[in-house]
Design a protein around this ligand. Structure first.
Ligand code: ADP
Ligand code: MG
Length: 617
């Protein structure tokens, strides 16, 4: 048989490598910005168009390249950053694999303009799908400008796989945040479709965070500082009361490189345990400085997953350092959910005046006399009735009832029967069906053939979802005016999302007042929404839309209805009174779709009489 093994031509090998390095426009942004940092730039501009699909440009004032280097930089495994394998254990640069430019040039139209300090004249190279189109000598400022156009022009399958411009823009913004946070001493600017998104002057870390996430962030930050032989930890955590429903602001940097580490994230969760509400996520911006020899960055082409030599020690240190900061800044006691409730004075006693105890003596009292006497010289209690000796138990009667009446004021959250969700219609509904709530999770009701077990939360989601979707479509939502408008603050990134979805929010009943880059005034809310829930709902919306920005307006409405349904629905663990149970069952079966929740989860199961009979065999 003839030999069949061949070496792949370079441009094919580069395209394959590109698959690993360049997943989407944000990967290009990352590689180009990291190259600019490695080139020692102090000012970096990022310019994008159409979510980076048509254009990504990074301009830096770094050290630039000579003509030969400029040409060579597009070759695979061409790097100035390491020379031998040992260098891998002492990395001080972001890049070192020498494959980013080769990969990008294999799948896009690239123009590079570069000049070094020493050269008088610069170089311009055009390269398309790994082919050099032109190389010229041109006048250029010191530094490098990389222009990447028409990403994946030669791989239609990859291009079609890209998400909407907004989603890609969101990914790029995330990348921009990560790199600019990792390098606060470098000035950055960011332009999207011709408008200016960020202008970040060189600054200290705290100011960089505030510039990116908004002025209000400053007061939320608690410093974290610890230095040991293994690691230097520095940065900030967000005060526990600002823990969010979404996982937004969580950043680890190892030696100025953004990293993802579920393991270390877990350490932070441990430190915050008990001080943040369940279901919310702590925010953090933490730098870990370790000896470059003790960290392996080479395990993944995008280099965000790294391996530390001594992860367990790092875990323990991180946890205790963060805990210490929480304690030191006195943010824990105010929110200590674990605190023994019995040690707290009941609220009803808090404002009571402390009086001097008075002892009232009935001078005429004779314990051996059984007749009741009316006391005379006693002006404070009026009639004092001496209890009969045989009725001694009555002595405690008053005390008992007093204790009881106090207790009856206490409501244990888990026992609260939730009837409010359908309160308005309570009168008009007659329970015609018998329902039963099981474990505060399922509603059981009978049908002809047997019984239905309904997941209460999913059923309510379905009901709310269809309701909201209808409101959005026919634009007939009713809103309730808030007596005092609420002012909520958000980061500029979140405000961008809000601006995009604002019109749709109005159709479900939100009424907005003033709106700027850092916050919004809310004047009215949908009838189903309680004022206290507004912040939570808005955060949930931002986080859902941040992860997935729907392209057309229908999917935007759909997503809005889903988020509202998810946030406002009855949850597992809530008791429902009989009316609510019946109403939920009736509403569910009046829905267009009854079997699945808006998130495609099964809403109910039926168990037939036969099924039950069979169990008895
Ligand atoms: P790596 O960064 O892993 O070395 P790249 O393919 O990203 O590989 O870049 C190849 C080389 O091109 C770099 O090692 C560097 O010498 C040079 N280079 C790339 N971008 C720049 C830039 N913005 N300024 C100066 N030199 C650059
Ligand atoms: Mg690089």
């Amino acid at each position: 048989m003839a030999d069949i093994i061949r070496l792949l031509p370079d441009h094919v090998a580069n395209q394959i490598a590109a698959g690993e390095v360049v997943q989407r426009p944000s990967s290009v942004v990352k590689e180009l910005m990291e190259n600019a940092i490695d080139a020692g730039a102090t000012d970096i501009q990022l310019i994008i168009k159409d979510g980076g699909k048509t254009l990504i440009q990074v301009v830096d004032n770094g050290k630039g390249m000579s003509g030969t280097d400029a040409r060579l930089s597009f070759e695979r495994h061409a790097t100035s950053k390491i020379q031998k394998a040992e260098d891998l254990f002492n990395l001080h640069t972001k890049g070192f694999r020498g494959e980013a430019l080769a990969s990008i040039a294999a799948i896009a139209h690239v123009e590079m303009l570069t000049k070094t300090e020493d050269d008088d004249i610069g170089t311009k190279i055009k390269i398309e799908g790994s082919k050099i189109v032109s190389q010229e000598v041109v006048v250029a400022p010191k530094g490098t400008s990389m222009l990447v156009k028409n990403l994946f022009f030669n791989i239609p399958a990859r291009r079609n796989f890209l998400k909407s411009d907004q989603v890609e823009y969101r990914h790029i913004t995330d990348e921009f945040h990560r790199i600019s946070l990792a390098h606060p001493q470098v000035a950055f600017s960011f332009y999207n479709n011709g408008s200016d998104v960020f202008q970040l002057p060189a600054n200290e870390f705290r100011k960089r965070i505030v510039h990116i996430f908004g002025r209000k962030t400053d007061e939320k930050l608690v410093p974290v500082e610890e230095e040991t032989q293994v690691v230097k930890i520095s940065g900030y955590i967000l005060k526990p009361e600002f823990a969010k429903k979404s996982r937004g602001e969580q950043f680890f940097f190892a030696n100025n490189r953004f990293i993802k580490s579920p393991y270390l994230h877990h350490a932070i969760l441990g430190a915050f345990e008990g001080v943040i509400r369940p279901g919310t996520h702590p925010g953090y911006f933490l730098n870990l400085e370790v000896n470059p020899g003790t960290i392996d960055i080479n395990i993944h082409p995008t280099k965000t997953e790294v391996k530390f030599d001594d992860e367990h020690t790092l875990y323990a240190m991180l946890k205790s350092t963060v805990k210490h900061s929480l304690g030191q800044f006195n943010v824990v006691p105010a929110l200590d959910f674990e605190q023994d409730q019995n040690l707290d004075t009941p609220y009803s006693y808090k404002n009571k005046q402390v009086g001097i105890p008075q002892v009232v003596v009935d001078a005429s009292f004779n314990p051996f006399e059984t007749t009741v006497k009316t006391s005379k010289g006693n002006n404070s209690t009026g009639n004092y009735k001496k209890p009969k000796v045989e009725g001694w138990e009555n002595l405690y009667a008053g005390l008992e009832t007093k204790v009881e009446s106090n207790v009856s004021h206490l409501e244990f959250e888990s026992e609260v029967v939730n009837s409010s969700i359908f309160d308005d219609e309570k009168e008009s509904i007659e329970p015609t069906t018998t329902t039963f709530q099981l474990r505060k999770k399922f509603i059981i009701t009978t049908i002809k053939s047997g019984m239905v077990v309904i997941n209460q939360s999913r059923a309510h989601q379905r009901v709310l979802y269809e309701n909201f979707l209808k409101n959005i479509t026919i634009k007939e939502a009713v809103s309730q005016q808030l007596l005092f408008p609420l002012t909520l603050s958000f980061s500029p990134g979140e405000m961008n999302i809000l601006k995009e979805i604002k019109d749709n929010l109005c159709t479900v009943g939100f009424v907005f007042g003033d709106l700027d880059d850092e916050g919004v005034e809310i004047k009215g809310v949908p009838v189903l929404v309680a004022e206290s829930e507004v912040q939570m709902i808005m955060e949930q919306l931002m986080s859902d839309f941040q992860q997935e920005v729907p392209g057309d307006s229908f999917s935007q409405s759909d997503m809005l209805a889903k988020t509202l349904a998810k946030t406002l629905s009855v949850k597992t663990g809530e008791s429902l009174d009989e009316f609510s149970q019946v109403k939920l069952v009736n509403d569910l079966f009046a829905c267009k779709e009854t079997t699945l929740s808006p998130f495609n989860k099964k809403v109910y199961v039926t168990i037939t009489e036969n099924d039950i009979e069979r169990k008895f065999i």
